[in-house]
Design a protein around this ligand. Structure first.
Ligand code: SF4
Length: 244
């Protein structure tokens, strides 16, 4: 009974946060053609620890040099590494991509993730995280951006902002993810996720958050709000996974 009450209270808070974010940022655009799960998985591996622009260049380099992921399977890790260097951690990411391609080829004979579509959200995440270099955030991006599941991935921005607001009190992004998604309101995962990333990048920054201009100011319980007037900062609306 208490759990039911807490889950419903969290659901109402998510809806409230979502409405306030839409009031400030609007509805984010979304690519009409969904990328395939394997494309999203590789793009998200490339996005780890770098910005969306650099990971987009790395992704485009791979696509320009290999006609298919099958062709990439015969490339060496060093060759892949050279092509994705712009995105950082190139050796580690090249190894993860190569392992992923090889595992799929050996297991399924084809390099795709069609079998994931039959699984429920939890099982799909368990399956995807069994690949080297794929964590819960990367797996949940595949579910949201390629499979249209109502799942909200939690990256560093989403984790930080939700803890500051007081929706959750967790020590890791993965814990935030499981808590947030146990009773997530229908149909709003993409807009909520995208607008929270925008909030985290442009306003609720890791140091010196611009609380004075934050749309969530009144409902946020962060005790160290920064009330200094905001300076103009560079903003970017480019989101990798809506552009591959
Ligand atoms: S009020 Fe400040 S701490 Fe709270 S969400 Fe907004 S920017 Fe972040």
């Amino acid at each position: 009974m208490l759990l039911f009450f807490l889950l419903n209270r969290m659901k109402s808070k998510i809806i409230k946060i979502n409405n306030l974010l839409i009031g400030r940022f609007g509805f984010p655009s979304r690519s009409k053609v969904k990328p395939t799960p394997i494309n999203t998985l590789i793009a998200t591996i490339l996005s780890q620890n770098t910005n969306d622009k650099n990971s987009y260049i790395a992704y485009k380099n791979l696509k320009a040099n290999f006609k298919s992921w099958n062709e990439l399977s015969s490339a060496t890790v060093t060759e892949i590494e050279k092509l994705i260097r712009v995105g950082g951690l190139a050796k580690q990411k090249a190894r993860a991509i190569k392992d992923l391609i090889n595992k799929l080829k050996n297991q399924n004979k084809t390099i795709d993730l069609k079998h994931i579509s039959k699984l429920n959200n939890r099982d799909a995440i368990i399956e995807l995280t069994s690949f080297n270099g794929v964590g819960v955030k990367t797996a949940s991006c595949v579910l949201l951006f390629s499979m249209n599941r109502n799942v909200c991935p939690v990256d560093t921005h989403v984790h930080r902002t939700l803890n500051r607001i007081g929706l959750v009190k967790t020590k890791s992004a993965d814990k935030t993810f499981w808590l947030l998604n146990q009773n997530f309101p229908d149909g709003i995962a993409h807009v909520f996720h995208t607008n929270l990333i925008k909030l985290g990048r442009d306003i609720c920054k890791s140091t010196n958050p611009l609380c004075e201009s934050c749309p969530l100011f009144k409902i946020c319980s962060f005790p160290q709000k920064n009330l200094k007037p905001a300076k103009k900062s560079n903003q970017t609306d480019f989101l990798l996974l809506d552009n591959i």
